[in-house]
Design a protein around this ligand. Structure first.
Ligand code: HDD
Length: 738
């Protein structure tokens, strides 16, 4: 192993295409010239014009962190050597007086901070929010006015897993947005599921203790498929609605870019004239709402545990900026705080979009990746109490718990009360807060009077007449007690509403998910109790899961008679295909690979060329680089696959071994697997030339739905793109329920 091999050298050899004009010969020696900035990866655009904190210009945290070309100590003394500790003679002993050694090791020993107690694993991006002005009559919030542009930072996450867990587990996804508005920071800390497991913040430790790994063996990681989770949710039936969303395809999103986001709680908007309305916030992804199928999610857990992270970062780096519209459902701010009989203070209830349409109020575009994961994605601190004038909370008892928890948790996680001074958390509005000192204070406060009233600092800071005022909504007084309203007792009407709104294919996925999860439960009594819960949602759901578990169907009848809400199904709509990933298996028709690749790019999609070996495809014309070899490609990465004729046999060790053993016939078995999985997962497939040979080898039936063959690459791609607009070829999942 060469002593000085470093990451820059790796990137150099991987990022340049060997044999291309201008490519440097690979070298094992460490570069000695500074290199700033790093070159973008092939086919990718550079980051947008924003600094790491979204601030428009000036000195950034990054330039403060790294200045000058030479290695120094933390206090700026230049160092000539960081590879050898200070010794008495070449064979030691090592001397305690080596400050550089001790500083380096001590800092390293303390590099980790406690991970978030929930939502530990996440990925984030910077962007811009632009108000449409449609909410201007509802709220005085300046960032929602027409054409006002506000920098944002969004962190997506799973809930249960540790920082190093896989992205594609079945779980709720966090969708937390920090708006750096001119009036202070507004945090919308939501999820991709519009309801929550519990109705009162006091239950949060219970549901999380139940969902996290068992305390004795610390397994399973990032899963709800275990005894304590199902023990809790089967007993605590207000969790039924959130749980059925988790068991649906919403629990395994295709991409962070293809998830809806929900503020969950009802908020109160306050207009310039003091008038108020109640609202629920929704994020609607421009790319559509799409999910993985369960087998893909499981495969990805091994093949690419960073799938969602990579997908988000790659899309942004390639210039395919993900977008969401922010919308609100608007309700009168009535004394009852209900709408069409639905309690707006109950976070386990939705208001169907058919009853209260989502009205768009702005557009968010994520256009820059974080520069440093720790400084930004890890250290960002959200808080539901970060509100701006014009946006207020309601008395939802879940929100009450959250208003306490988010501030409290940062003090442990970020080591003290000054986390708002970290670059990623700093407001873009002026701060004059009279908060002083404390751990990690990085501000040098001037003045003698951090108190009010004062005369020594000329009375400054002054009260702001246009500052944040809590809406003077009357509080309903009653006897003190640990209470809940009677409306909170209905735990089953809305889970049934959700079930009835799904297509038969989606219902089958729900049945499969409950069956899988409960099969992993050891305690028979827990499974039986959960079947009782399912009986109260729907008899078919209960029967099918009971059959899968080999248990008797319990007595019980569905509760409530809700109207289905078609908006809850992911099947049926057509969506834009921009940003979807198309695998192109390079076969004997290389010109067609070029044509197809170009057409995919022109369609705003991402072509990944799959070939027997890496490097550049042979032949005339513009060189086409290979992004995936047969050894590295799996179908889970692609939304659709094109086959450009029959591929050459692979010459890598596995390919040669397979060919000698006659495995897979004329077609490389890894291509057979790729196509077979894509077919099984209902992905559009296209091919031309001798592609039929490959389809036959993969046992794809002739004339199967969503398999397009033709003479010309462009025509095949056009049909595949049409199929992709529906995300999957749903006909390949024939349902017995429909
Ligand atoms: Fe929470 C983090 C979303 C209920 C306590 N929560 C956290 C994050 C998201 C949510 C997206 C990750 C933020 C990030 O990326 O840094 N949480 C929700 C939603 C809820 C909810 C949508 C219900 C509607 N949470 C909830 C309750 C409590 C908490 C009821 C406590 C009473 N949540 C926390 C926390 C976390 C957190 C312990 C962990 C890390 C953090 O706050 O910063 O305070």
């Amino acid at each position: 192993m060469p002593k000085n091999r470093n990451k820059a050298a790796d990137r150099d050899t991987q990022g340049k295409i060997p044999g291309r004009p201008g490519a440097e010969a690979p070298s094992l020696a460490e570069p000695v010239e500074p290199r700033d900035p790093l070159p973008p990866k092939p086919d990718q655009r550079g980051p947008g014009p924003f600094t790491p904190t979204g601030q428009p210009s000036g000195e950034t945290a990054q330039t403060r962190a790294q200045g000058g070309e030479f290695l120094t100590t933390a206090t700026g003394t230049r160092l000539p050597d960081t590879d050898h500790s200070l010794k008495a003679g070449p064979r030691g002993p090592t001397l305690l007086r080596d400050h550089h050694l001790r500083e380096k090791i001590t800092h390293f020993d303390h590099e980790r901070i406690p991970e978030r107690v929930v939502h530990a694993r996440g990925a984030a991006a910077h962007g811009i929010f632009r108000g449409y002005g449609t909410a201007a009559s509802l709220t005085r919030a300046a960032f929602l006015a027409k054409d006002v542009e506000t920098p944002v930072f969004v962190r997506f996450s799973t809930v249960l897993g540790s920082r190093g867990s896989a992205d594609t587990v079945r779980d709720t996804r966090g969708f937390a947005t920090k708006f750096y508005t001119s009036e202070g920071v507004f945090d919308l800390v939501g999820n991709n599921i519009p309801v929550f497991f519990i109705q009162d913040g006091i239950k949060f430790p219970d549901v999380i203790h139940a969902g996290k790994p068992h305390p004795d063996r610390e397994i399973p990681q990032a899963q709800s498929a275990h005894d304590t989770f199902w023990d809790f949710v089967s007993l605590h039936t207000e969790a039924t609605h959130h749980t059925i969303w988790n068991m649906s395809d919403r629990g395994i999103p295709r991409s962070y870019r293809m998830m809806e986001g929900f503020g969950v709680h009802t908020f109160r908007l306050v207009a310039e004239d003091g008038g108020t309305v109640l609202v629920k916030f929704h994020w609607k992804p421009k790319a559509g709402v799409h999910s993985l199928v369960w087998e893909e999610a499981q495969l990805l857990g091994g093949i690419d545990p960073d799938f969602h992270r990579r997908d988000l970062a790659d899309a942004i780096e390639a210039g395919g900026f993900p977008e969401w519209e922010l919308g609100v459902q608007v309700f009168p701010d009535s004394e009852e705080q209900t709408y069409e009989g639905i309690d707006l203070l109950d976070p386990t209830k939705i208001v169907p979009e058919e009853l209260a349409p989502v009205q768009p109020i702005g557009l968010m575009t994520l256009n820059a990746n974080p520069v440093n994961y720790f400084a930004e994605t890890e250290q960002v601190a959200f808080h539901v109490g970060h509100l701006v004038p014009g946006i207020d909370v309601t008395d939802d008892p879940l929100m009450a718990g959250r208003l306490f928890s988010y501030l409290d948790t940062q003090i442990t996680r970020l080591g003290g009360p000054n986390f708002d001074q970290l670059p990623i958390n700093r407001p873009h509005a002026p701060v004059n807060d009279m908060l002083r000192d404390g751990m990690h204070q990085s501000a040098v406060h001037a003045g003698a009077a951090p108190y009010r009233p004062n005369s020594l600092d000329g009375g400054c800071p002054f009260h702001a007449p246009d500052g944040y005022i809590e809406a003077p909504f009357p509080v309903e007084a009653g006897p003190r007690g640990r209470l809940a309203p009677a409306s909170f007792d209905d735990h089953f009407t809305q889970p049934r509403l959700f079930w009835l709104s799904l297509s038969p294919t989606e219902q089958e996925h729900v049945i499969a998910a409950y069956t899988f999860e409960l099969s992993k439960v050891y305690e028979q009594a827990i499974k039986e109790r959960q079947l009782l819960v399912l009986a109260r949602i729907d008899p078919v759901l209960c029967q099918e899961v009971a059959a899968g578990l080999g248990l008797p169907v319990p007595d019980g009848a569905p509760e409530g008679d809700p109207e289905p809400s078609p908006a809850l199904s992911q099947v049926g709509e057509s969506w834009p295909t921009a940003g979807r990933v198309i695998g192109i298996v390079a076969g004997d028709d290389l010109d067609a690979v070029r044509t197809a690749r170009q057409a995919v790019l022109e369609g705003g999609m991402v072509p990944l060329v799959i070939a027997p070996a890496g490097g550049v495809l042979p032949g005339e014309g513009e060189p086409v680089s290979v992004q995936r070899t047969f050894a590295a490609a799996r179908s889970v990465e692609f939304d659709a696959i094109l086959v450009a004729g029959a591929p050459e046999p692979a010459a890598d060790a596995q390919g040669v071994r397979d060919a000698k053993a006659g495995v897979g016939g004329a077609v490389d078995p890894r291509v057979v697997l790729l196509l077979g999985e894509a077919y099984r997962h209902a992905k559009p497939i296209g091919g031309w030339g001798d592609a039929q040979e490959v389809f036959d080898a993969a046992a794809i039936p002739a004339g199967a739905p969503g398999v397009v063959t033709g003479d010309a690459a462009a025509a095949v791609l056009e049909k595949v793109t049409d199929l992709l607009a529906r995300h999957r070829v749903w006909e390949r999942f024939p349902s017995t329920l429909g």
